[in-house]
Design a protein around this ligand. Sequence first.
Ligand code: FES
Length: 80
Amino acid sequence: MKNTMKICMGSSCFARGNEENLRIAEDFAKANRLDVEIELFGLRCENKCEKGPVIIVNDVEHNGITPEKLEKLLTEMHSG
Ligand code: FES
């Protein structure tokens, strides 16, 4: 299955850590040959900024994504 990861790059999520998260996701995908399509969004936040940084994995929204949480999501994607 093709995985998709949508990373919010609105100013709030960007400042809360999604800039670093993007880098982590790209590095993980490269190092582990993970088949994931990374897309960036952020024009329509729908007031989720305070729950950010927001990352949507295969259409499931995840909030408050720290590097640790992100690595867990990536590992799960990798093994399943
Ligand atoms: S900046 Fe990401 S939800 Fe608003």
